[in-house]
Ligand binder design. Sequence first.
Ligand code: BYC
Length: 332
Amino acid sequence: MYTQALNTREAAAPEDPEREARFQARIDAEEKIEPNDWMPEAYRRTLIRQIAQHAHSEIVGMLPEGNWITRAPSLKRKAALLAKVQDEGGHGLYLYAAAETLGVSREELVALLLSGKQKYSSIFNYPTLTWADIGVIGWLVDGAAIMNQIPLCRCSYGPYARAMIRICKEESFHQRQGYEIMVTLARGTPEQKAMAQDALNRWWWPALMMFGPPDGDSQHTDTAMRWRIKRFTNDELRQKFVDATVPQAHHIGLTIPDDKLTFNDTTGHWEFGAIDWAEFKNVIAGNGPCNKQRLKQRNASHDAGAWVREAALAYAEKRRRREAAGRLVAAE
Ligand code: BYC
């Protein structure tokens, strides 16, 4: 989709205050920045970091859910989960393709994920212990992802913004299927309702951490907002998510595991308790419950899939040669 030749000489140009001012003026005028446009090196690096982490999150996110494909409770649930996990793989592809327009290759980025040098979302370092976890992932994790990603459809970088439009449509479907699993469990037997509550208890706080550190500790927010990569701060999006999700929990008779949760009539927002940021730091430092398992599994899948990549390349080369030979015959 984004295979046009890239103007890498321009992209790597030394910083230039005049050009930077023109660049910022374009951003302020809501123009999209495209791959061959001049951009400050720091803008390019910020985008590569964020888009790569996002792409890695999509493909690592396939692991905790893939864990339940063989154990989904019905054929309908299995088909929906299979389709969802496949969608996440597709999101990874669009995002790696968007990152490639900035002058890095997918192979380089995947190598950074596999070696543990580049991050993926903290949320995927938690285990999926019961079927209700699949419901909660759709409801809360995809719900948080949508809250964060809808504004990214208006991101200043064209290829990222366009990739996000389709991703958000699919994530909305994922969120609905997750909530529907939760509705079914919450209206089921007492054991099923207890399973739904237990999953909510375990995933609520990690879901709030997905939005990143509090604004005061966020290194990248200020510049990302100035460049209109981000449109809202981490805390603003976290609050929007809490406000949207608490009534959904109440609607199905589940309790948010936060005894400080109160509705503020004056502000119209749900106020919530303190997030355990030490846990968040520990998880992103590689010490969460499943970090090692996820990287080990991703590396094993990558190695096991080497023959598929080699076969695809060999086939592409064969086609290229056949087409070149065909063109020669046609020219004679
Ligand atoms: N996990 O300055 P900050 C999904 C890092 S959903 C790990 O605020 P920024 C999916 C951050 O990278 C998940 N690391 O950063 C859903 C930075 O470290 P570095 C993926 C995190 O970039 C369902 C440091 O903390 N979504 O894919 O301004 C099924 C300081 O943070 C996290 C996206 O990636 C975290 N939760 O804001 C399947 C959305 N939070 O890089 C898949 C796009 C922060 O300096 N990304 N860090 O070493 C974003 O919107 C932003 O990058 C973030 C962070 C809001 C996540």
